[in-house]
Design a protein around this ligand. Structure first.
Ligand code: NAD
Length: 341
C-alpha cells in the first residue's frame, strides 16, 4: 500500500506515541510537523528522524504547502476544534487525540464539519485497543454471565504531569474519564441516558480543578454504570485502564485492568448465598486490535483506503464525549442531567 501523507499538529508528550509506533513508521509519510512552539516541532523531527518533514507553527500554511491526505491532531483539548475544522476545510481526514473537544457545542461543530467535508474524523481511544478489554467484551457478548445489569470502575493514580492539566477545569472528567466512559460503552454496547456526578478538589491537590470525581450513569437497557476516580490519590494505584466489576444476571466478572480476570457463575438455587463456580475468560485477541495507538491508527488508515468507518468515528465518539460533559454539568449544577448527544 502506498504510504499516506500526513501532517501531525501538537508536538508534545503524546505525539511520541503517534510518531514512534509501528503503523506510522510503516504506512505513513509525515510531511509536516506543526506546533505553536516551533522548537517542539523541530525536536520531534530530530527524535523520530523525520528528515523529509517540513516544520512550522501555522497549520493553514502547512496544509497549503504540503497538501496531506490526513491530519493527526495531538494538540491540547481547547485546540482540537479549531485544528480539526481547519484540517477538514482543507479536505483532510482527521484522527485526533481524545477528548474530542473541550465543550459539546464544539464537538457538534466538529461533527458537522466532517459531514460537510465528507471526510472521516475519528478520535483516539487507545484504551479500547488492548488484548484484555477485547477479550472481555467478547466474553460478555457470549452471554456467559447473562445480560449485564451493572458495571463499576475505579481509577486512582497520583499523577504529577505539570503543564496544561494542572490549570485546566474539570481535569479528571475532561482529560481522563473520557477513556473510562468510552471503555464502559465499548464493554457494554450500551449508551448513557443520564448522569449524576460529584467532583471535588482535595485539600492537598496539585491540580487547580476537579482531580477527583464520582459519577452514576443510567445506560440503555436498564444498565447502571458507576465511576469513581482521582488523579491525586497517592499510593495503591489502579492501572490506567481502571479496575472493573461487571455484574450480569447469572454471575460476575472482575478485570484488574491488567492481565487478570476472575469470573463466577451462579449454579445453586437455594441458600443465603447461592453456590457459584469459577469460569475462565479466554485471554486472547488478534494483534490487529490490541496494540493501542498502533492498532487504532492502522484501522483508521484502512478505513480511508478500503472504505468503512472507524470504531471511534466522531458520530459514535460524541456519545462518550456527552458522558463527560454531562458529568461536568451535573457536578457544576448539583442536578441529574439527561444525556442527548
Ligand atoms: N490517548 C492517550 O492515552 C493520551 C495520553 C496523553 C495525552 N493525550 C491527549 O493528547 C493531547 C495532548 O496531550 P499532551 O500530553 O501531548 O500535551 P502536551 O502539553 O505535552 O503537548 C501539547 C502540544 O500541543 C501544542 N499546541 C497547543 N495548542 C496548539 C495549537 N493550537 N496548534 C499547534 N500546537 C498546539 C503545545 O505547544 C504542545 O507542544 C491532549 O488532548 C491529551 O488529552 C492522550
Amino acid at each position: 500500500m502506498k504510504k499516506i501523507n500526513a501532517v501531525l499538529v501538537g508536538c508534545g508528550g503524546i505525539s511520541n506515541a503517534w510518531l514512534g509506533n509501528k503503523t506510522v513508521k510503516e504506512k505513513v509519510n509525515i510531511v509536516g510537523l506543526v506546533d505553536l512552539n516551533p522548537a517542539a516541532a523541530e525536536a520531534k523531527k530530530e527524535r523520530h528522524a523525520l528528515t523529509g518533514a517540513a516544520v512550522g507553527s501555522d497549520l493553514e500554511a502547512m496544509l497549503k504547502s504540503t497538501r496531506p491526505e490526513v491530519v493527526f491532531d495531538c494538540t491540547i483539548p481547547e485546540a482540537h476544534c479549531a485544528t480539526t475544522v481547519t484540517a477538514l476545510r482543507h479536505g483532510c481526514h482527521v484522527f485526533g487525540e481524545k477528548p474530542m473537544s473541550d465543550t459539546m457545542p464544539n464537538a457538534r461543530k466538529m461533527l458537522a464539519a466532517a459531514q460537510k467535508a465528507d471526510r472521516i474524523y475519528a478520535v483516539m481511544q487507545n484504551r479500547r485497543y488492548n488484548t484484555e478489554i477485547r477479550a472481555l467484551r467478547r466474553f460478555i457478548a457470549t452471554g456467559a454471565i447473562g445480560n449485564l445489569v451493572a458495571v463499576h470502575s475505579d481509577f486512582f493514580i497520583g499523577a504529577h504531569f505539570g503543564g496544561f492539566r494542572d490549570v485546566m477545569d474539570h481535569v479528571l472528567l475532561l482529560d481522563m474519564a473520557i477513556h473510562s466512559f468510552d471503555q464502559a460503552r465499548f464493554l457494554t454496547g450500551a449508551d448513557a441516558t443520564s448522569v449524576y456526578s460529584h467532583e471535588w478538589t482535595p485539600k492537598h491537590s496539585w491540580y487547580k480543578s476537579g482531580p477527583s470525581a464520582a459519577a452514576i450513569f443510567e445506560m440503555t437497557g436498564g444498565l447502571v454504570y458507576t465511576y469513581q476516580g482521582s488523579w491525586c490519590a497517592e499510593g495503591c494505584p489502579t492501572p490506567w485502564e481502571c479496575t472493573w466489576r461487571l455484574i450480569g444476571e447469572k454471575g460476575t466478572v472482575l478485570w484488574d485492568g491488567a492481565k487478570q480476570f476472575r469470573c463466577e457463575i451462579v449454579t445453586g438455587e437455594t441458600g443465603f448465598t447461592r453456590q457459584v463456580k469459577p469460569k475462565t475468560v479466554p485471554r486472547t485477541f488478534p494483534k490487529s486490535h490490541s496494540q493501542g495507538h498502533s492498532s487504532a491508527i492502522a484501522l483508521f488508515l484502512e478505513s480511508i483506503r478500503k472504505g468503512g468507518v472507524p470504531e471511534t468515528v466522531c458520530t459514535d465518539n460524541i456519545k462518550s464525549m456527552a458522558m463527560v460533559h454531562g458529568a461536568v454539568q451535573s457536578a457544576t449544577t448539583g442536578k441529574r442531567v439527561q444525556l442527548n448527544a
